[in-house]
Design a protein around this ligand. Structure first.
Ligand code: BTN
Length: 237
């Protein structure tokens, strides 16, 4: 495992918010590496040999894509909302592309997944792993169509942009609260007000994606007139 610090003076470090960015050639998973570091650390790797996604799925870690994990303090009961901050940070970091958010943790371009976020809690810290299909899209993805952004940025350039956007977003949330965050997220959401299908561990249900609850659950209006709050699941638009 080769540790390669970002080159000083090349705009890789965010001076304003002092992220400690550590770059690796190859790791199993940047989320696993990040566990050994304190809050304020960002881990980036050129390769992952055992990248993972939500629900224990494999995250195909293809060459030239971004594998970034950030260590933050948790938000107590509101920790799941951090995924919304990271989704928005990816969108804000790529103003060239009309990206949308897909509940809970995905970023879409033209309806295809280009980025995913994995939040893992370790004691009072959260490891937020961000995978962006910058250069290549996984093939044979069983759950959703996928797409790559076209490789117009290098992974370190995109990481640097994301970290800068994260700082701005975290400052806004600190000043304006999580209601602001939810409003921002819903303004960029795919499928809001539309009929969607939600795959839960034991059932698949269809309803209208009405809104988000204050804790970030998806509020689904069911055909029988009731509402169901869903905290975890895969949605299909
Ligand atoms: C998902 O959509 O299921 C979340 C995917 C998260 C992938 C990233 S890549 C960087 C970090 N390291 C991992 O092993 N996973 C996350």
């Amino acid at each position: 495992m080769l540790l390669v610090a970002f080159l000083p003076g090349k705009c890789y470090t965010s001076i304003m918010f002092n992220w400690n960015i550590i770059s690796f050639k190859t790791v199993e998973s940047t989320n696993d590496t990040a566990r050994h570091y304190p809050c304020g650390t960002a881990i980036i790797a050129e390769r992952q040999t055992r990248g993972r996604g939500r629900h224990g799925r494999v995250w195909q870690s293809l060459e030239g894509n971004l594998f970034l994990s950030v260590v933050l303090s948790d938000w107590g009961a509101k920790t799941p909302l951090l995924a919304f901050v990271f989704g928005l940070a990816v969108i804000d970091a790529l103003p060239e592309i009309p990206l949308r958010l897909k509940w809970p943790n995905d970023v879409l371009w033209d309806g295809a997944k280009v980025a995913g976020i994995l939040l893992e809690r370790i004691d009072d810290r959260v490891i937020a792993g961000i995978g962006v299909n910058l250069n290549q899209a996984p093939i044979n993805h069983v759950l959703y169509p996928t797409k790559a952004l076209g490789g117009f940025l290098t992974p370190p350039e995109l990481a640097n942009r994301i970290l800068a956007c994260l700082n701005t977003l975290l400052t806004h949330v600190q000043n304006n609260g999580t209601a602001w965050l939810l409003a921002q997220w819903t303004s960029k959401a795919s499928g809001l007000g539309q009929s969607i299908t939600v795959k839960l561990p034991t059932e698949t249900i269809t309803g209208i994606f009405k809104t988000l609850s204050p804790d970030g659950a998806l509020v689904l209006s069911l055909p029988n007139g009731t509402e169901k709050n869903i905290s975890a699941g895969d949605i299909f638009l």
